[in-house]
Design a binder for this molecule. Structure first.
Ligand SMILES: NC(=O)c1ccc[n+]([C@@H]2O[C@H](COP(=O)([O-])OP(=O)(O)OC[C@H]3O[C@@H](n4cnc5c(N)ncnc54)[C@H](O)[C@@H]3O)[C@@H](O)[C@H]2O)c1
Length: 396
């Protein structure tokens, strides 16, 4: 079997869990050859830590390596568009982190004060997505959208249960929240393309769309798509009393991105999804989706879950042991996650991508789905700005 040779772009958080989880993919000949990052030093440190063969001085150098078959983009959101186009033109298959793309201005522009209408941002973001789709199609490469919620074993199991009988999903309630991103890029719109509702909300939106799309495919051979969205956003870390608190447990310093958002998506069959995303939630990451259908109620506790409970009176007792993502303390009773990556669906996601590329077929998490998620999130921003429902139908 020909090896799948991977080049990683980015040496941060996402790059690490990608490398670790490619190594868990069974039955394929996968070689993670090298990495490039913004700074040569961080690429070298990353390569050493993960025992990669080489580093590249630039994306261009990585793309000209004839051995590389997959370029895995683990870079800030504003780089997804240019690097996807560059990689496609170089004839490389692509794995790209979420969200697909967005509106980032010209890289310098401050978006505070809503100088640009959300509608203009929406149109720009979809144009950006369409250019990516064109580049992928015209160069005949396979694109894999790294949205792990689609691969989380609990969401796959939910889809399986829902598929066993005629079943109507009435309502989906889903949330991704925690106490604030570790990445400085998340706090500025020109790098992130949006705040909590976009950066985090794209995960639960993906879960909801995936389940409704599958319901439609089972029933009528086509996905049940969103038709409108109603949303609200806020900057809760700017509440005066919080600003004056001495010790802060949640991230602050958001430049021009919201730290809380919620949206109600209405689908073409009039079912709904209630999505919340926030950067102000203590107690570790909260990734939960509940599906209320005509024949079942299914709650997917991606994280936290009660797979394992542990208690220590003092963190030091744990040594270096990891408990779960973004908990502020490891002491006391803990919803310890024995295999967080597995619960997140990371190994399943990368296995599907490698299989898709090997077999020249679309992965479960496609570019078209990524574009729809983008349209819903940016449509939500228009709704929040206009204080009214935004009709998506013409854009889906
Ligand atoms: N699926 C998930 O659960 C998940 C979790 C975290 C992040 N992400 C996504 O992963 C992507 C990266 O986020 P992160 O948390 O790893 O960020 P990070 O800040 O930890 O790392 C970003 C990396 O990008 C590199 N980089 C920046 N500019 C570059 C350039 N011009 N050329 C090459 N490399 C460059 C930096 O050197 C850095 O190593 C984002 O799109 C984010 O949304 C997904």
């Amino acid at each position: 079997m020909d090896p799948i040779v991977i080049g990683i772009v980015g040496a941060g958080f996402a790059a690490s869990f990608h490398v670790e989880n490619y190594r868990r993919v069974p039955g394929l000949n996968i070689r993670i050859k090298g990495v490039t990052a913004k700074r040569a030093k961080s690429a070298q440190t990353f390569a050493k830590r993960h025992q990669l063969e080489t580093t590249y001085d630039s994306v261009e150098e990585l793309l000209t390596d004839p051995e590389i078959t997959i370029v895995d983009l683990c870079v800030p959101n504003f780089l997804h568009h240019p690097l996807v186009i560059q990689a496609a033109q170089a004839g490389k298959h692509i794995v790209c982190e979420k969200p697909l793309t967005g509106y980032f201005g010209d890289g310098t522009e401050k978006l505070v004060g809503h100088k640009i209408s959300r509608k203009a941002m929406f149109e720009h973001a979809l144009k950006s997505a369409d250019e990516m789709i064109d580049a992928v199609k015209s160069n005949g490469v396979i694109f894999c959208y790294a949205e792990n919620w689609i691969y989380a074993p609990s969401i796959q199991k939910a889809n399986n249960i829902l598929a066993q009988s005629e079943n109507t999903i009435f309502r989906i309630v889903a949330e991704e929240s925690h106490s604030g991103s570790h990445s400085a890029y998340a706090k500025e719109w020109r790098y992130s393309g949006g705040g909590s509702l976009f950066y985090k909300g794209c995960h639960p939106v993906a879960g909801a769309l995936y389940l409704k799309y599958n319901e439609g495919l089972r029933k009528e051979g086509k996905p049940i798509k969103p038709k409108s969205v109603l949303a609200q956003v806020a900057n809760l870390t700017q509440i005066d009393s919080f600003v004056h608190e001495d010790k802060k447990w949640v991230q602050d310093g958001w430049k021009d991105c919201e730290d809380w958002g919620t949206m109600v998506i209405t689908f073409t069959d009039d079912s709904i999804a209630q999505i919340t995303a926030a950067d102000i939630v203590l107690g570790g990451i909260k990734n939960i989706i509940t599906v209320y259908s005509s024949k079942s109620v299914i709650q997917c506790n991606i994280n936290p879950n009660t797979s394992m409970l542990s208690y220590v009176p003092d963190e030091q007792i744990l040594g270096n042991v990891y408990i779960r993502e973004k908990v502020e303390t490891r002491a006391g009773w803990q919803l310890t996650n024995p295999d967080e990556d597995w619960m997140n669906g990371f190994p399943h996601e990368l296995e599907d991508f490698c299989q898709a590329i090997t077999n020249r077929q679309a992965p479960k998490s496609t570019l078209e789905l990524a574009r729809d998620i983008l349209a819903v999130c940016y449509g939500a921003y228009i709704s929040a700005e206009m204080q009214q429902q935004f009709v998506l139908s013409n854009w889906m």
